[in-house]
Design a protein around this ligand. Structure first.
Ligand code: ADP
Ligand code: MG
Length: 489
C-alpha cells in the first residue's frame, strides 16, 4: 500500500486542506473586520477631537482676535530663531491666549492617542501644533467649512495619516493620526494567529492521520482475511464486525457472497463427481465387451483393427474419467490419504523400469542419475502416480533418440526428485498454466501426443497434499526439468 493509494492519506489531506482553508478564511475575515472597527473608532475619536478643539477655541478665539497681530509677529520671530513648536506660552503676550494653548496642550497630553493637532489661522499661519508633530507641518488645504471631513493622506515622509479637519471664521483645525500605529496594533493581534494556524494544521494532520488509521483498521483486517479465502476454503468467513456500521454491513455482504459461491461450487463439484461416476461403469462394460469380441476368431482383419482402435480410445477415456474423479474428490476433500513411511529410492527404481515400458518402441534413452536412499511420509500410491505422471510426460514430449534422466537426492531436510528430458520444452507463455486442469500446450509443427491435460494438475495436487512443491525449468526445443521437493519424515 503506497502512501498515495490509501484512503487514509487522502482523508487526512482533504481534512487538513479544509481546515487550512477555513483558518485562512476566518483569519482574513477577522483581520478585515478588526481593521474596519479600529478605523471606525479612530475616525470617531478624530472627529470628537476636532469637534472638541473647535468648540473650545471658537468662543475664546473671538476674544483674542484683536491681539493676534502682535502674536503673529512674535511667532514669526520665534519660528525664525528656534523653529520650535508649539508656540510656547511665554512667547504669548496675553494671558488669555496663553491659557488657550495651554489647555489644548494639556488635552493633547491627556489624550491616549499619539495624535497630531495643528491649528492655523485664516492666513494659513501656524497657531498651535502638538508636541508629537515636532517641527513638521501638515500641508493640507482642502479643509471644509464648519463641517468635519475625514480622509487618508500621505505626509512628507510618505507615512499614511488619517486626517480630520474643519475650519471656521477664525482658524483651520487639523487632527491626524498615523495609520502605521493602527497597522501595528493589528499586527500585534494577528501575529499570534500566524503561529497558531500552522500549529493547528499540524495537530489536525496528526489527529486526522490517527483517526483515519483507527477507523480504517478493520478494513486492513478484512482485506487480509478476504485474501486468505480461496476456492479451497470457501467454508471460511470473514470475521464479523462488532458494530453494525458501514464496515459491518460490508462484511455481512461479503460473507453472503462467499456463502453463495460456496453453494455453487459445491453444486459444480457434485455434478462433476456424479458425471464421472456415471461414465465409469458404461466405459468399463464397453471395454469388457470389446475384449470379449476380440477373442473371436471369426473377425475380419479390418473389423479387428477397428475394435482395437476403439479399445485404445476407451482406455484413454477411462483414464481421463479416473483422473477427473481423483481431482474432483481431492477438491471436495473426499479423498483420504493413507500416510506411511515410503522408501522413495525403491519407488524410483521401479519407476525406472516402468519408464522403459512406457518408452515402448520409441528410441529414448532412460538414464538414472544419483539415487540416494530417502524415506518420506506419504501415500505410496499417490506418490507413484505423481512421479509416473512426470516421467510419462518426459517420454511423451521427447522425440526419438532423446534422453530422459531421473535423480533422487536429499537436500536441506527435503527429498528432491528431478526428471529431465531433452524434449520439445514448454513455451514461456504457457508455463504458468500447464498445472491447470485440462490445459495442454499447442506446439507448432509438432504432432499432438494426445492426452487430457490433467496429469500435471494431479501431480501438483499430490505434491501439495504432502506439503511439497513441484517446479519446472524449461528451454523450448532443448528440454525440461521437473523438480519435486518433499519434506522428509
Ligand atoms: N516434459 C515436458 N516437456 C514438454 N512439455 C510438457 C512436459 N510436461 C508437460 N508438458 C506440457 O504441459 C501440458 C500439460 O501436461 P499434462 O497435465 O500432463 O497434460 P497432458 O500430458 O495430458 O497433455 C502438456 O500438454 C504439455 O504441453
Ligand atoms: Mg501428461
Amino acid at each position: 500500500m503506497t502512501l498515495f493509494h490509501s484512503i487514509r492519506t487522502r482523508l487526512t489531506l482533504w481534512y487538513t486542506a479544509l481546515l487550512g482553508a477555513t483558518l485562512l478564511g476566518f483569519g482574513a475575515t477577522a483581520y478585515l473586520l478588526t481593521r474596519s472597527i479600529l478605523l471606525n473608532n479612530l475616525d470617531r475619536s478624530l472627529r470628537n477631537e476636532v469637534a472638541w478643539v473647535n468648540e473650545f477655541i471658537e468662543p475664546k478665539a473671538r476674544k483674542v482676535r484683536l491681539k493676534r497681530a502682535a502674536l503673529l509677529e512674535l511667532q514669526e520671530l520665534k519660528r525664525a530663531a528656534t523653529a520650535l513648536s508649539p508656540v510656547d506660552s511665554s512667547d504669548v503676550a496675553t494671558v488669555e491666549t496663553d491659557q488657550i494653548w495651554n489647555q489644548i496642550y494639556q488635552h493633547t497630553l491627556l489624550s491616549p492617542r499619539r495624535q497630531f493637532i495643528q491649528i492655523l489661522d485664516r492666513n494659513g499661519d501656524l497657531l498651535y501644533r502638538s508636541p508629537s508633530l515636532e517641527n513638521q507641518t501638515i500641508a493640507f488645504a482642502d479643509i471644509p467649512y464648519r463641517t468635519i471631513n475625514i480622509i487618508t493622506i500621505r505626509d512628507e515622509q510618505n507615512r499614511e495619516l488619517r486626517l480630520a479637519s474643519t475650519q471656521n471664521d477664525f482658524v483651520k483645525i487639523v487632527v491626524a493620526y498615523p495609520l502605521a500605529d493602527l497597522t501595528e496594533a493589528l499586527g500585534d493581534i494577528f501575529s499570534n494567529f500566524g503561529t497558531m494556524a500552522p500549529l493547528a494544521l499540524l495537530v489536525s494532520i496528526i489527529g486526522g492521520w490517527f483517526l483515519a488509521h483507527k477507523s480504517l483498521k478493520p478494513v486492513a483486517a478484512l482485506t487480509s482475511s478476504a485474501r486468505a479465502i480461496t476456492a479451497r476454503n470457501l467454508s471460511q468467513r470473514l470475521p464479523r464486525q462488532k458494530v453494525d456500521d458501514e464496515l459491518g454491513r460490508l462484511t455481512e455482504t461479503f460473507n453472503d457472497m462467499i456463502a453463495r459461491l460456496q453453494e455453487s461450487f459445491a453444486q459444480i463439484q457434485q455434478f462433476s463427481a456424479d458425471a464421472s461416476h456415471e461414465l465409469r461403469t458404461p466405459l468399463t462394460i464397453m471395454r469388457g465387451e470389446i475384449e470379449v469380441a476380440l477373442r473371436s476368431k471369426r473377425l475380419t482383419k479390418s473389423t479387428r483393427e477397428l475394435l482395437i482402435s476403439v479399445h485404445d480410445e476407451l482406455i484413454r477415456l477411462s483414464s481421463i474419467v479416473e483422473s477427473l474423479m481423483t481431482l474432483v474428490k481431492s477438491e471436495s476433500g473426499r479423498l483420504a490419504f493413507r500416510f506411511d513411511n515410503v522408501e522413495l529410492h525403491r519407488m524410483i527404481g521401479e519407476i525406472l523400469e516402468d519408464a522403459q515400458i512406457l518408452a515402448g518402441r520409441k528410441e529414448i534413452h532412460i538414464s538414472a542419475g544419483q539415487i540416494e536412499p530417502v524415506t518420506v511420509r506419504g501415500d505410496a500410491v499417490r506418490l507413484r502416480q505423481l512421479f509416473l505422471n512426470l516421467v510419462e510426460n518426459a517420454i511423451k514430449y521427447t522425440p526419438n533418440e532423446g534422453t530422459v534422466s531421473m535423480s533422487l537426492r536429499q537436500m536441506n531436510g527435503n527429498a528432491v526428485f528431478h526428471v529431465s528430458d531433452t524434449g520439445i520444452g514448454i513455451p514461456k507463455k504457457d508455463l504458468k498454466k500447464i498445472f491447470d486442469r485440462f490445459y495442454r500446450v499447442k506446439h507448432d509443427g509438432i504432432p499432438d501426443a494426445g492426452g487430457s491435460g490433467l496429469g500435471l494438475a494431479i501431480a501438483r495436487w499430490i505434491a501439495q497434499a504432502h506439503h511439497g512443491t513441484i517446479e519446472v525449468k524449461t528451454q523450448p526445443r532443448k528440454g525440461s526439468t521437473f523438480t519435486v521437493t518433499l519434506p522428509l519424515s
